[in-house]
Design a protein around this ligand. Sequence first.
Ligand code: OKP
Ligand code: ZN
Length: 344
Amino acid sequence: MKTIFSPIQLKHQGQFEFYNGAVVEGYENTSRATFITSRIEEVGLGPVLNPRPQSLDTARRIHSPAYLDFIASAWRLWRDAGRTGTALPYAWPARGRYKDVTPDSIDALLGQYSIDASTGFVEGTWEAVKASHDAAVTAADLIIKGEQACFALCRPPGHHAGTDFNGGYCFVNNAAVAAQRLLDAGASRVTILDIDYHHGNGTQEIFYARGDVQVVSLHADPRNDYPFFAGYADERGSGGGEGFNINIPLPHGTDWAQWEGALEFALGSVRQFGPDVVVISHGVDTFEGDPISRFRLSHDHFPLIGAQLAGLGTKTLFVLEGGYAVEDVGINVVGVLSGYEDAI
Ligand code: OKP
Ligand code: ZN
């Protein structure tokens, strides 16, 4: 299987976030990617290729142009305002008291275009975000040209980014852009199956009213985990998208037996939908050793996930999302991909 990745994606580095009442280095760090590429070489999964530079035309079909302009210029605005450190918001438009204005202050804009304070900008953020996007688009193009499966090693990740907001370390929704690219190239239906520990609220929001993209997500119950305000089982889509959004929330402590049961249910709904391509939002923070998550999958389970996905018999585009137990991220991410290859 081919992997698409650019070293430019490592330029988003040195950002800080809040954790346990303190400022700490971002969990979504560059070593996540380097552990994955090392592991790919170690097991001989296939070549790691550079993305082709891509226009933002497809991204503009799922994100608002104003939002894309903002994330491309946020660091410059921050720096021009004389700021140093990580550009993070501290004020958001309050629910029910929102005045439809666009203030000038970078602090206001950071709040307007975000859902949390874990998604900071540093000098290289936009370049890295753009390269991560390019990796997803390039991988989608390889599928269009006939590859059965491909891996877009996207970091920063994407599934929490919505039409006009960043959040959860995500800026551009790479999986959503890839899905749109596949549809524009002639696919009639695409499924995004999100196996990351966290609910992909951005993906859900983008496609909520659409029937051409089925969004299925297995994740920690938002009652007690990020993103808290979306990901409930009764969120099933609206209008022409009714029934095409499927959330499967799971409790803290979920083990392989329970997770795998949920995956089988999810795969049943994918088969029923009958997509031309499945995009996997591929997160491995379901691992028992993950520092910010509470499921109990172990190393041996990840290849089994890959084998289950291969059983769909559908073209598959893997797009990286989360996973923060850095030394294990490579083993687990590549475990799924190898399990898929071995079963195909
Ligand atoms: C992104 B992905 C406080 C915790 C930050 C954000 C979680 C984002 C997860 N620093 N919570 O879905 O793996
Ligand atoms: Zn996650």
